[in-house]
Design a protein around this ligand. Structure first.
Ligand SMILES: [Zn+2]
Ligand SMILES: [Zn+2]
Length: 273
């Protein structure tokens, strides 16, 4: 491998390590760190694509490899590399991948011109998606073994970002935590309203209050809206309980009515036995 290619690859891996480290800081609450994660990730993408082009021929890294006097100060841009890859194989970069690359370019530009206003959840999910698309490209079209060159301290973040299921779960838990924080009443008010439960459908702590849901709760991971532990009141006497402790009766006009142990008559029935 020529020196130039080796440099490109080493720099690419350094950028990835930086991106993952900053992403991790962002995840632990240091929201400004996401900005640097975006910048480093964008360098990683650029260097990997250029590396791929240089692998075809080292001179292709220069803007005009066919000129009589090669100008080694002018190298190709990210978009030159993207076009090259696209001309080489039309399905190497999917439409969605290209759209995410455009997003990355806009965001990087905004950051560099200090016009950066960040939608943190959007940054998190788009970086994750972009990273997985890029890993697919790397695995399919290059001989680079990324996983084995990831420093140990950030391997957990690398794994979460690479694995769609793990990633979605982590995002859902984060979203549920944020909803819980935003809806938790102050202790001083004496309010003990439950706002977050374990979801009986997927088993994650992601069933949180939701205005759009008919039960008042919705899982941020699987979308389930039901649980026996959802707070509910008896329609007859108004006692506070949970769904699983109440009986549900259909009234004459077709409405569902909840009744507690006493109001349902169960108390009487069991006493008579
Ligand atoms: Zn669920
Ligand atoms: Zn009752």
């Amino acid at each position: 491998m020529a020196t130039h290619q080796l440099d490109l690859l080493e720099n690419a891996l350094d950028s990835l390590a930086e991106a993952l480290g900053k992403y991790e800081e962002g995840e632990s609450g240091e929201h400004k760190a996401y900005k640097f994660a975006v910048l480093h990730m964008s360098h990683f993408v650029e260097l990997i694509f250029k590396y791929h082009v240089a692998e075809k021929h080292p001179l292709l890294i220069y803007k005009d490899p066919f000129s009589q006097k090669l100008d080694r100060t002018k190298t190709i841009t990210l978009w030159d590399a993207v076009n090259f890859i696209n001309n080489e194989s039309a399905d190497a970069l999917s439409k969605a991948f290209r759209a995410d690359l455009e997003w990355l370019k806009r965001l990087r530009n905004d950051i560099e011109h200090h016009k950066f206003s960040m939608d943190v959840p959007e940054v998190r999910t788009t970086i994750g998606r972009l990273f997985r698309s890029l890993m697919e490209f790397i695995n399919e079209y290059t001989n680079v073994d990324i996983a084995s060159s990831i420093p140990k301290r950030i391997i957990a973040t690398f794994t979460v970002l690479s694995n769609e299921y793990e990633f979605r779960l982590r995002e859902a838990i984060k979203e549920a935590e944020e909803i819980e924080d935003a809806n938790t009443p102050h202790y001083s008010s004496g309010d003990t309203t439950v706002v977050r439960l374990e979801c009986p459908s997927c088993g994650n702590p992601t069933l949180v209050v939701n205005d759009q849901s008919t039960t008042g709760f919705k899982c941020t991971f699987c979308g389930n809206e039901e649980s026996d532990d959802i707070p509910a009141t008896c329609d007859i006497c108004g006692v506070e309980s949970i769904v699983g402790e109440l009986d549900y009766w259909e009234t004459e006009d077709g409405q569902m009515e909840s009744r507690c142990y006493y109001c349902s008559g169960r108390h009487h029935a069991e006493k008579d036995d």
